[in-house]
Design a binder for this molecule. Structure first.
Ligand code: ADP
Length: 619
């Protein structure tokens, strides 16, 4: 795997991880709290259009409570009020009081009579304390009801604010629709038709998925509008004309007095003040009647949006220039923050925590990554510059030796008369040193041309075995100096086609490196083997070795390992890059296996030219 590909994979992996963390974070209680806070804020900022309420509250407040003589007088007082408002023909009457037991027979009889006479009556049922069934009104009341609706609100577990109610609630084997929904259905004389995605009542379709118990977000009446009208039992008793207000309305009757304050809940608008349950039902009814539904964006759209944000941030910092990437990052952040707000205005609730955290996390990752990569590239190019300088020093130093020899010798010849024998000796020295100089210059030029792909390789047939023998003979004095045993094991008798001189340079370099980077009294082995149409030749030493990170960089121009530098051996770090060029230009490949302190093995893999009698390697 190339370094660049690996870097890209790590980058992609980090961004994916960031994306997953942001999705997971949005499910934590902190994420949910953030979503709730954003929801409540948008709820206030995006009020629905003003409308005329279709419902009215009939409340048992403190005054009505004491005027009717406390709890014992309530049923009678309610019965009388129902009788008083009946002439106004309300469209439906929903009573948010669980009439689950019988009390004083006279008042029960009175209430029963009033209920019997009330058209479109909806009575309430509540969950049994164990949650395994319903606490229904006693049969004598229940039989007069057109419907029984549940009064179970669903305050948020974290902050106890009632943002939605389940339109459907199952307990035991019985399911009930919400009181507000039943009141709406009964008032319209319709049926409820259920589908996986919504509930249909006449021509009103309530978008609400079946799987979560058909939840519905309540659009509470905003404080800037007149509240839903509210008349108390006592007010009607004192002023019977008020009954006309009930004409054509859906009535929600319930307790608001302190004795019933268990039935008061917080809403996104309540600002610390609780709202009586009966008013929450009326608000739910208004939401349905006005069709002011807030739907939840499907999970896949949220996940796709977050993934797109992460991808855009990743690409921005990978592909764009600094200021452009930063500008795009700001744009992404704005989009992540603004989209939930804009969609809320269109009636869609899009979570805030997931996209906001996805945008922030991926931008931080992408920016940090870029910083890291830029720093690294700077460091690498600085490193290369230093090495290049070192190499130039070395090259000029190397060239100076033959040049000095040539200059000195030619001066000697021109200044002094000398015997023919001596003159010949000096002329030969000048000749060999200038040739050495010429070779050095040619080699460096070749390297440049090789890497630029401008050099034509000579095409000669040669035996790698012979070539290696020659290289070993050339390197032997170096090995002897360090008492390093150097030998060749079985090598196939194949022929290779290519540039013999360059190939000799390559193997000589591998051998001298093996000697240079090995301690005295060790061994350097060369061995080869045939594998299909290729021949593999390895140079193995027992030297200082390299770790895996160094192995990956060893073919880079001017790269030297720290161990090599500490060994005191002079080098430029250019040899192996030339070797690699030469081998690849011949259609081959070079690889290294190495362990620090144990040794290295460089293997050259080359295509063979002619298949000849093959002597299998014996090792
Ligand atoms: P140099 O002139 O430094 O020897 P090379 O390009 O030939 O340059 O090698 C590059 C680097 O690779 C060396 O500096 C050394 O760190 C490492 N290296 C090469 N061969 C060996 C080896 N046989 N054992 C350990 N390290 C090696």
């Amino acid at each position: 795997m190339t370094g660049r590909l690996r870097q890209n994979l790590i980058y992609g992996g980090a961004l994916t991880l960031g994306f997953m963390v942001s999705i997971a974070a949005s499910w934590t209680s902190l994420g949910v709290k953030l979503d709730n806070a954003a929801y409540d804020w948008m709820f206030v900022l995006h009020p629905p259009k003003p409308w005329q309420p279709q419902s009215i509250l009939l409340v048992i407040d403190e005054q009505s409570f004491s005027a009717s003589g406390g709890v014992p007088g309530l049923r009678k007082a309610l019965a009388e009020t129902l009788d008083r408002i009946r002439p106004a023909s309300p469209r439906a009457v929903a009573i948010d009081v669980t009439l689950a037991d019988e009390t004083d027979p006279a008042s029960d009889l009175r209430l029963e009579a009033a209920l019997r006479a009330t058209p479109n009556l909806v009575l309430a049922c509540d969950l049994l304390p164990n949650g395994k069934g319903w606490e229904d009104p006693v049969p004598r009341f229940k039989r007069w009801a057109a419907a029984i609706g549940h009064v179970h609100a669903d305050p948020d577990r974290l902050d106890a604010i009632t943002r939605a109610i389940p339109l459907e609630k199952v307990a035991g084997h019985d399911r009930r629709w919400a009181l507000a929904l039943e009141a709406f259905r009964v008032s319209r004389k319709e049926f409820i038709v259920e589908s996986p995605k919504d509930l249909q009542v006449g021509n009103v379709s309530i978008p609400s998925p079946q799987r979560d118990g058909h939840p519905m977000r309540i659009r509470y009446r905003p404080p800037e509008l007149e509240p839903i009208p509210r008349v108390s039992l006592k007010q009607i008793r004192d002023e019977p004309a008020l009954a006309s207000q009930f004409s054509g309305k859906v009535v929600f009757a319930g307790i608001t007095a302190q004795m019933g304050n268990q039935d008061k809940l917080m809403t996104p608008l309540s600002d610390g003040l609780n709202m009586p349950g009966v008013e929450i039902h009326a608000n739910a009814f208004e939401t349905i009647a006005q069709q002011m539904f807030l739907t939840t964006a499907p999970a896949w759209t949220v996940i796709s949006f977050c993934a797109a944000l992460a991808a855009a941030a990743g690409l921005a910092f990978a592909l764009l220039a600094g200021w452009q990437a930063n500008a795009l990052a700001v744009l992404l952040l704005l989009t992540a923050h603004a989209l939930p707000f804009l969609l809320f205005g269109k009636g869609t609730v899009f979570p805030t925590a997931a996209p906001v955290s996805a945008a922030w996390i991926s931008i931080v990752i992408a920016a940090a990554w870029r910083q890291f990569v830029v720093r690294r590239r700077l460091a690498t190019s600085e490193n290369q510059r230093v090495r290049y300088q070192e190499a130039m020093h070395f090259v000029t130093h190397e060239m100076r030796t033959p040049l000095t020899a040539i200059q000195g010798s030619s001066e000697l010849m021109s200044r002094y008369a000398m015997p023919e024998e001596k003159r010949k000796q000096i002329a030969e020295l000048i000749n060999s040193e200038s040739k050495r100089l010429g070779r050095m210059i040619e080699m460096f030029l070749n390297v440049e041309r090789l890497s630029a792909g401008q050099m034509e390789l000579k095409q000669e047939d040669f035996s790698p075995r012979e070539l290696i023998s020659i290289c070993m003979e050339r390197a032997r004095p170096l090995a002897d100096r360090k008492q390093i045993r150097m030998f060749m094991e079985a090598t196939p008798e194949d022929t290779i086609r290519g540039d013999r001189e360059l190939m000799e340079y390559a193997f000589y370099n591998l051998l001298t490196n093996a000697i240079k980077y090995s301690p005295p009294q060790t061994e350097v082995r060369v061995f080869g083997m045939r594998s299909g149409e290729r021949v593999r030749i390895a140079v193995k030493d027992q030297g200082i070795g390299m770790d895996q990170k160094e192995v990956r960089q060893v073919f880079q121009k001017f790269y030297r390992t720290r161990r090599a530098e500490q060994s005191g051996e002079v080098g430029t770090g250019i040899g192996l890059s030339i070797v690699e060029q030469i081998v690849t230009q011949h259609g081959g490949a070079i690889s290294v296996e190495s362990r620090p302190g144990i040794g290295s093995c460089f293997t050259v893999d080359l295509p063979v030219r002619v298949t000849q009698a093959f002597a299998p390697a014996r090792f």
